[in-house]
Design a binder for this molecule. Structure first.
Ligand SMILES: NC(=O)c1ccc[n+]([C@@H]2O[C@H](COP(=O)([O-])OP(=O)(O)OC[C@H]3O[C@@H](n4cnc5c(N)ncnc54)[C@H](OP(=O)(O)O)[C@@H]3O)[C@@H](O)[C@H]2O)c1
Length: 255
């Protein structure tokens, strides 16, 4: 299976490292270690308060910036256009980079003006400060509305064998956009799932690897499991050397 999604004239790595609730040295070391293992996609957010550490981890890896795909997210209190631009410029400083590959609206809010916020993101794109704009936690209707506003390439949503979102996935496939699956391991819960473990035995893989592989095989989906442990980082990248059968895909969907 290929390791990238071809979207909007870009190659987006299907596997990324989630960094929520990782801070300080732990975060920096996990980012650097993951990049050395072959991870090329990193996910952070203004709200995680770890952009500086993610940036340091990227620098320490000595991998060329253009080989990495970096996502960050604008907090809900920065959605007003001027605040969005100011806060993204701060993110760029914290991340020690000239551009962000994908900037997302972290959560929709009842009082946000979606068009205004997205227009500010498109201005940042025109200035080369971000490569792509996207959204997160948008309902299918909100995702469609965002796409109608301009070049929005992604909706990052909670997606795991325990939480499926067929409507958002349908839109992504129809328009060749990306769904990024967050909490793809359901915050670690899938690991102990005996049904996933059983399926994994056929491929010599564990439950986490089955869950991640299942998500990728849905199509137009990237995954961003979080781990600060070397062993888990290794396991989570070993998902490109097997393919779940159609029958096993159905079994996981049944879960
Ligand atoms: N857009 C949003 O609103 C939103 C919301 C939530 C999350 N996210 C993003 O999505 C990322 C991933 O989601 P998440 O952090 O909520 O949860 P997750 O990736 O589903 O699960 C992380 C948990 O699983 C454990 N784990 C990871 N790999 C493992 C393995 N191979 N075997 C056993 N345990 C394993 C981790 O522990 P160890 O560290 O000990 O390995 C951690 O406790 C976040 O970090 C964040 O970047 C975005």
């Amino acid at each position: 299976m290929k390791k990238y999604l071809d979207i909007a004239n870009d190659r987006i790595p299907l596997l990324g490292l989630g960094t929520w609730e990782m801070n300080g040295e732990e975060c920096m070391n996990a980012v650097e270690a993951a990049i050395h293992m072959g991870y090329r996609h990193l996910d952070t957010a203004q709200m995680y308060k770890n952009e500086a550490e993610v940036g340091k981890g990227m620098k320490q890896s000595n991998i060329k910036r253009e080989e990495l795909f970096l996502t960050t997210k604008v907090s809900t209190d920065n959605l007003e256009p001027a605040a969005l631009i100011r806060s993204t410029e701060k993110s760029l400083k914290e991340l020690k980079t000239d551009y962000i590959d994908l900037l997302l609206i972290h959560w929709p809010t009842p009082d946000m003006d979606m068009k205004e916020s997205l227009s500010a993101m498109f201005r940042l794109k025109d200035q080369g400060k971000i490569k792509h704009a996207g959204v997160s936690n948008f309902s299918p209707a909100q995702f469609r509305e965002a796409i109608d506003t301009g070049p929005v390439i992604c909706n990052q949503i909670k997606l795991s064998p325990y939480t499926t979102r067929d409507d958002n996935l349908y839109i992504a496939k129809e328009k060749n956009l990306m769904i990024t699956a967050y909490s793809p391991l359901d915050r670690g819960k899938v690991i102990k799932d005996t049904r996933l473990q059983e399926i994994g035995k056929r491929y010599n893989k564990n439950a986490a690897q089955v869950a991640l592989r299942w998500l990728l095989q849905l199509g137009n989906v990237s995954v961003i499991p979080k781990s600060s442990k070397l062993e888990h980082l290794h396991e989570n990248i070993e998902i490109f050397d097997f393919e779940l059968s159609r029958e096993d895909m159905k079994k996981v969907a049944g879960i």
